[in-house]
Design a protein around this ligand. Structure first.
Ligand code: ATP
Ligand code: MG
Ligand code: MG
Length: 552
C-alpha cells in the first residue's frame, strides 16, 4: 500500500524528514494497556501508527503498557496481538513490555533524586490532592518538599524494598507547585502498590505512573513520533520535562495528539465494555454487536473496511462524534465486491405454483455475481411447484406503490420465472398461511427482452432449501450517545439481536465454509460464524443490512 497518508501527523513527519531530524528515521508505537480487548478506537490508532511508519519506511513497535499491576491480565495480551495482526499491523521483532523497563525506570528515578529533581512525599493522597490547587488556585508546597537528597534516596530505596504500606508515600517530581499547568505541580512519579504483576509477579511493590513511564518507554525504544489522543495534550509538557531531565536521547521522542474516535450508538470505554461482558449483556468480548475488533471480525467486517472507514473520517485535531452511518457505509462498500449473491428466506411464506408440472424439479444455473458475467462462477438452484418467499413480500391490501406480491399482482422470482398471485390461502383463524400462484413458463431469465414486471423478490425451494440459524444484528444501543445518559445500560437496544425463526437458505450454502461471506439477496451481508458453524450447517451473522443512512 504505497498511498501516502494525508493528515497533519504525516505533514509533521515529512517536515522532520526534510529537515533530517532523527537521522531520517520514523519509529511509532502502539501502546495498549492489556486490560481489555481492543475496540474500533484502538483500530484507528493502530492503522494510523502502522500506516505512517510503513509509508515512510519506518517501523512500529507493539508495546504492552503494563505498568498498572491491578488491572492487567495475560489473557488480553494474546487477544491484542491477534487483533493488531488481523488489522495488518506488523511489528516484526519489536514486541515490548513496559514492565521490562522497570529496573531502568527505577535507575532513572534515582538519578532524579540524586540530582534534586524528585523527592519522597509522605503526605496522604488526600493532602496531596488538596495542596495541588486548581486552575484558579496555585498549589502549596509539601512539608516534605525540602528533604535532603540523602534522605530522599534512603526513603525511595526503602519504598522499593517494601518497608512501607500502600499509600504511605510517593515519589514526586520537583517542578513548581504554582505552575500554570496543574499536571506540572510536582507530579507523582512512583506509588506503592503491594500487588502481584502479570509478568514481574512480586518483584516490585512500587510502580511508575503513566506520565513518568510513557516518555521513558518511548525514549528507551528510540520512538520518534509518539502519537496519542487529545486528552494528553496537557501531559505533553510533563512528557518533555521527564525526557529533558533524563536525556540526552537520540532520537528524542516527541508527542503528538489527535482526536480520539467517538462513534454514535457505541460506548468505547474499556470499563463499560468490560461491564457489558461481565454482566452478560453480550455473549463476550467478541459478541458481534461489540465495537471490539474481535466483535467486528466475528460479525463479518473486514480489516479493509476498517481501513476505508479510517480514511473516510481522517485524522482530526478536534474531538467530535462520528456518524455510525459512515462506518456502515464503509462496511457495505467493502462487502459489496466480495460477497457472492445467494438466496435465503428469513421468515418464510409457502407458495404453491398451481400450473407447475406435478413432480417436476428444475435445476436453475444461477451466477454468483449477477450482472457481472466477467467474474464467472455459478451454482445450481432447485425450483419446483412448492416454494418459499418472504412473508413481508406479500400484502393482502398493498399500499399504492407496492411492487411485491399481493392478490392479482405479478412479480419476478429472482433468477427464475414471473409468477402471479392468484389467492391467499387462509388458515383456520383467517390468517394467511400461503399463496396460490401461477407462473409464466416463457418468462424465465432476466436478460434483455425479458418480461417486465414491477418487482423482483427472493425465494427458495420449499423441500430442497435447508434450515439455517440466522442472527440479525442491529446497533447495540438505541440512542446515539449512550455515554450522555445517566446509565448507559438503560439505553441498550432490546432488538440488537434477533434470531430469524424458520429461516432457510438455498442448498448450495450447506457447504459454506466458516467465515464465508454472502449477500443474501435483498436482505443484507451475511457471514458464516467461525465459532458456531458446523460442517453442513453454517450459522449466519448478518453483518449489515443493505440500506445506507449515510452517503459519500
Ligand atoms: P480506555 O480509556 O478505554 O481504557 P485507553 O486509551 O486507556 O482506553 P489504551 O490501551 O491505553 O486504552 O490505548 C492504547 C492506544 O490506543 C493509546 O495510544 C490510545 O491513544 C489509543 N486509543 C484508545 N482509544 C482510542 C480512541 N477512541 N480513538 C483513538 N485512539 C484510541
Ligand atoms: Mg486505560
Ligand atoms: Mg491508556
Amino acid at each position: 500500500d504505497a498511498r501516502k497518508p494525508q493528515n497533519f501527523i504525516a505533514d509533521i513527519i515529512e517536515a522532520d524528514l526534510r529537515a533530517g531530524r532523527n537521522g531520517g528515521q520514523v519509529v511509532t508505537r502502539f501502546p495498549p494497556e492489556p486490560n481489555g480487548f481492543l475496540h474500533i478506537g484502538h483500530a484507528k490508532s493502530i492503522l494510523l501508527n502502522f500506516g505512517l511508519a510503513k509509508a515512510y519506511g519506518g517501523r512500529t513497535h507493539l508495546r504492552f503498557d503494563d505498568t498498572n499491576p491491578v488491572t492487567e491480565e495475560t489473557e488480553y495480551v494474546e487477544a491484542i496481538e491477534n487483533d493488531v495482526r488481523w488489522l495488518g499491523g506488523d511489528w516484526g521483532s519489536h514486541l515490548y513490555y513496559a514492565s521490562d523497563y522497570f529496573e531502568r525506570m527505577y535507575e532513572c528515578a534515582e538519578r532524579l533524586v540524586r540530582e534534586g529533581q524528585a523527592y519522597v512525599d509522605s503526605q496522604t493522597q488526600e493532602q496531596i490532592r488538596e495542596a495541588r490547587g486548581s486552575f484558579e488556585r496555585p498549589g502549596v508546597n509539601s512539608p516534605f518538599r525540602d528533604r535532603t537528597v540523602a534522605e530522599n534516596l534512603d526513603l525511595f530505596r526503602r519504598m522499593r524494598a517494601g518497608e512501607f504500606p500502600d499509600g504511605a508515600c510517593v515519589l514526586r517530581g520537583k517542578i513548581d507547585m504554582s505552575h500554570r499547568n496543574v499536571l506540572m505541580r510536582d507530579p507523582l512519579l512512583y506509588r506503592i502498590r503491594h500487588a502481584s504483576h502479570h509478568r514481574t509477579a512480586d518483584r516490585w511493590c512500587i510502580y511508575p505512573m503513566y506520565d513518568y513511564a510513557h516518555p521513558l518507554e518511548d525514549a528507551f525504544e528510540g520512538v520518534t513520533h509518539s502519537i496519542c489522543t487529545l486528552e494528553f495534550e496537557s501531559n505533553r509538557e510533563l512528557y518533555d520535562w521527564v525526557l529533558d531531565a533524563l536525556g540526552p536521547w537520540d532520537p528524542r521522542p516527541r508527542q503528538y495528539e489527535f482526536a480520539r474516535l467517538a462513534l454514535g450508538y457505541t460506548v468505547m470505554s474499556k470499563r463499560k465494555l468490560l461491564q457489558l461482558v461481565q454482566e452478560k449483556r453480550v455473549s463476550g468480548w467478541d459478541d458481534p454487536r461489540m465495537p471490539t475488533v474481535a466483535g467486528m471480525r466475528r460479525r463479518g467486517v473486514t480489516p479493509e473496511a476498517l481501513r476505508d472507514f479510517a480514511d473516510l473520517i481522517g485524522v482530526a485535531k478536534n474531538n467530535s462524534l462520528v456518524d455510525i452511518g459512515k462506518l456502515e457505509f464503509a462496511i457495505r462498500g467493502d462487502l459489496e465486491g466480495r460477497s457472492p449473491r445467494a438466496l435465503a428466506v428469513l421468515a418464510p411464506l409457502p407458495v404453491t405454483i398451481a400450473n407447475w408440472p406435478a413432480g417436476k424439479v428444475e435445476e436453475l444455473d444461477l451466477p454468483w455475481w449477477p450482472g457481472e458475467p466477467a467474474r464467472g462462477g455459478s451454482r445450481k438452484v432447485p425450483f419446483s411447484g412448492q416454494l418459499l418467499v418472504e412473508r413481508d413480500d406479500f400484502a393482502l391490501e398493498p399500499p399504492a406503490d407496492w411492487k411485491r406480491l399481493a392478490p392479482g399482482r405479478e412479480v419476478r422470482l429472482a433468477g427464475a420465472y414471473v409468477i402471479r398471485c392468484e389467492e391467499a390461502v387462509r388458515g383456520p383463524g383467517g390468517e394467511v398461511v400461503g399463496l396460490r400462484c401461477t407462473y409464466d413458463p416463457a418468462s424465465r431469465g432476466e436478460g434483455a427482452g425479458a418480461r417486465k414486471v414491477s418487482g423482483t423478490v427472493h425465494w427458495v425451494d420449499a423441500a430442497r432449501s435447508i434450515p439455517a440459524e440466522v442472527r440479525l444484528y442491529d446497533r447495540l444501543f438505541a440512542v446515539e450517545q449512550p455515554d450522555a445518559e445517566p446509565s448507559f445500560l438503560d439505553t441498550l437496544n432490546p432488538d440488537s439481536l434477533q434470531v430469524a425463526k424458520g429461516a432457510r437458505t438455498e442448498p448450495a450454502l450447506r457447504d459454506a465454509a466458516p467465515s464465508a461471506r454472502y449477500q443474501f439477496l435483498r436482505q443484507g451481508y451475511f457471514f458464516a460464524d467461525p465459532v458456531d458453524s458446523r460442517p453442513g450447517a453454517p450459522a449466519w451473522n448478518r453483518t449489515i443490512t443493505l440500506k445506507d443512512t449515510w452517503t459519500a
